[in-house]
Design a protein around this ligand. Structure first.
Ligand SMILES: [Zn+2]
Length: 259
């Protein structure tokens, strides 16, 4: 959620709030967000309850900042949560470390340009501390708290894992198998080919391989069900792709490279 002071500041800038920026949510603030929404063309806000108007106005703020938020409807969905996460990152001043690319999803290269972009296989790795512990998929007694990823995707993967934690919470993550770690860095050739796997650069991560086997399609893969859609949405919001969604196989796999 956006704090009340920031909301009041935005209201004032739009000319719908004349009171103090004091973070006290009173009638002026309540009436202000509704009026601002109507002025922005969200006519149905006239009939919405106060909390919905307040939330819709936050969506409007995010949209004004150029953050993709979907419909201004006052409904908290996955897209709005991702947008809020991005806003919070901006507030915290989370900026890429030296050598990392800025947060621009289209910056990830196509697969054929991966060697030029990421360099030598197995190099430029950085340990990522996971915001929630995972379990090794083939030995669930082993906890995984840090994984090796390429330095250029380190910040992006961290944001994705944090957004996943915020969206689902630990219990749902475990129930959906999103804490079953199937590997990231692994220098090897693609199955049945001579080209290196995207795992060779530490730019791909596998989840729950047992229930998302390589040749399974969306009729069988666990990751193809609706309850894991937000998980893949979050990776896609970071510009990563799901092979399951793109090619309907290897649903366990997300990567920071386009096809
Ligand atoms: Zn994979």
């Amino acid at each position: 959620m956006i704090d009340d002071r920031s909301i009041q500041r935005a209201l004032k800038a739009k000319g719908h709030y004349a009171d103090e920026i004091d973070g006290v949510w009173g009638n002026d603030s309540r009436n202000g967000v509704r009026a601002a929404l109507i002025a922005a063309g969200v006519a149905t806000a006239a009939g919405w309850p106060d909390p919905r108007c307040k939330f819709a106005f936050q969506q409007l703020m995010l949209k004004d900042l150029g953050i993709e938020v979907g419909d201004i409807d006052g409904v908290i969905g996955p897209q709005t949560r991702i947008a809020l996460e991005k806003w919070q990152n901006r507030l915290r001043g989370v900026t890429p470390r030296e050598g990392e690319v800025a947060h621009q999803p289209s910056m990830w290269p196509r697969q054929r340009d991966v060697p030029g972009f990421y360099g030598m296989v197995g190099q430029s790795q950085q340990m990522l501390t996971l915001p929630y512990p995972m379990k090794l998929a083939w030995d669930v007694s082993k906890l995984v708290t840090r994984i090796s990823v390429h330095a250029k995707v380190h910040a992006s993967a961290g944001r994705a894992f944090s957004a996943i934690k915020a969206h689902y919470g630990p219990e749902k993550i475990a129930a959906l198998g999103l804490d079953l770690y199937g590997g990231s860095l692994n220098v090897r050739k693609m199955r049945g080919g001579s080209a290196y796997s995207m795992h060779s650069w530490g730019i791909a991560i596998d989840f729950d391989p047992e229930h998302n086997q390589l040749r399974w399609g969306r009729d069988r893969a666990r990751m193809a069900r609706p309850d894991t859609a937000p998980f893949l949405d979050i990776w896609e919001s970071e510009g990563w792709i799901s092979l399951g969604r793109e090619r309907n196989y290897d649903w366990m796999h997300v990567q920071a490279a386009r096809l």
